[in-house]
Write a protein that binds this ligand. Structure first.
Ligand SMILES: [Zn+2]
Length: 378
């Protein structure tokens, strides 16, 4: 019998890594950016379009799918891959982050969390065992341990939450039954370096096939996020993938790849698209601006995405003004492509030992555009 999951580290440059994570639904080449399909759909984009723009891994949200349509229904429909017609690897989160950020009310105890649905006010309870059962019904390739997300700068809260997160990680590890899913443990600890180190040591000791880093990019400074990543990078084992949850601006991706992160996800590209904004390596364009009314150029002259190869800024602005749905699709395609191809480029320069030049060019170009073309950025 072959082992369904394994991680190969193919090259390192300083602390940046290029690797491959083998899953039952295909290989994930790292560094990788995973688009988010909250409700089992990456908003405004079809699975075929996602494949065409180079997506290998997508993320879906346990909290949302548990509430609607229900994880048992997804299981009855053959699991998430068949239900949403995505044949590649899928990752689900544990539901923890949404329980703490979206639920109308919630009561937490050492055994789990009772919360009120933000959809219809009904009451529900998540425990580590329940989160794993829901994720086993959904059937993603990579699943997450149930954790408590604490405000990053509250020391006392983080100490309490970390004890729970560690106990819950152990319970998730024990109860997981499916062998075709890789369960990742989650490192927490806010901005506190001793807590981060302690958490990375403890989570690594449990023997998960991969590690996630949670509770960052939630209000702390960049310097605090980088310091937390530095200590986690030094503590986690090198032979397992590291997934930084919810981070996805181009500059954050680069700064975090430099600190040993392999996997990213973020709603940013699709959320910006719904707000008429295009993401580029040098900044953002808000296509609703009148300055683009007669602009025949693509969003990004150097971009090879379907949108930039076929449509002008003027056309996309027209779609936005006419409230046509295609604007969200075209902008989502461009934005997701931008992040996926950034991680592809990072992977290639790590393999070629050319990361330093790539990173300095990226930040120099970004600074040059910010200084000379401020009217285009928002
Ligand atoms: Zn493009």
């Amino acid at each position: 019998m072959t082992i369904p999951f394994s991680f190969e580290l193919q090259a390192c440059q300083d602390r940046a890594r290029a690797g491959v994570f083998h899953t039952p639904h295909g290989d994930v080449l790292t560094p990788v950016f995973a688009p988010v399909g909250t409700q089992a759909t990456v908003k405004a984009v079809t699975p075929t379009q996602l494949q065409e723009l180079g997506a290998s891994l997508i993320l879906s949200n346990t909290y949302h799918l548990y509430l609607r349509p229900g994880d048992e229904l997804v299981s009855d429909m053959g699991g998430l891959h068949l239900f949403m017609n995505w044949t590649g690897p899928i990752l689900t989160d544990s539901g923890g982050f949404q329980v703490f950020s979206l639920a109308d009310t919630r009561t937490i105890d050492d055994d789990g969390v009772t919360f009120k649905s933000h959809i219809d006010g009904s009451m529900h309870r998540f425990t580590p065992e329940k989160s794993i059962a829901v994720q086993e019904n959904l059937g993603a390739d990579i699943i997450m341990a149930f954790d408590e997300c604490a405000p990053p700068t509250d020391r006392a809260y983080n100490e309490r939450a970390l004890a729970r997160t560690h106990a819950w990680a152990e319970r998730c590890f024990r109860v997981k039954a499916r062998t075709d899913q890789a369960l990742f443990g989650i490192v927490q600890g806010g901005i506190f370096l001793d807590l981060r180190k302690n958490s990375a040591e403890y989570i690594a000791s449990l023997g998960f096939p991969g590690h996630a880093i949670g509770g960052l990019s939630v209000g702390e400074t960049k310097a605090e996020m980088h310091a937390a990543l530095d200590i986690v990078d030094l503590t986690l084992p090198n032979d397992k993938p590291r997934y930084l949850m919810g981070v996805g601006t181009p500059e954050d991706i680069i700064n975090c790849v430099l600190r040993g992160v392999d996997m990213f996800d973020c709603v940013l590209p699709t959320r910006l698209a719904r707000h008429h904004a295009a993401l580029t390596r040098t900044g953002r364009l808000n296509l609703i601006n009148a300055t683009y009314t007669h602009d025949i150029h693509p969003i990004d002259e150097g971009c090879f995405c379907y949108t930039c190869q076929h449509f002008s800024r003027a056309y996309i602005r027209h779609l936005i003004m006419a409230k046509e749905m295609l604007s969200a699709t075209l902008l989502s395609i461009h934005n997701i492509y931008t992040l996926i191809h950034l991680t592809d480029d990072l992977r290639q320069v790590i393999l070629d030992n050319k990361l330093d030049g790539f990173v300095s060019n990226f930040f120099e170009e970004k600074a040059r555009v910010a200084n000379t073309d401020q009217s285009k950025t928002i």
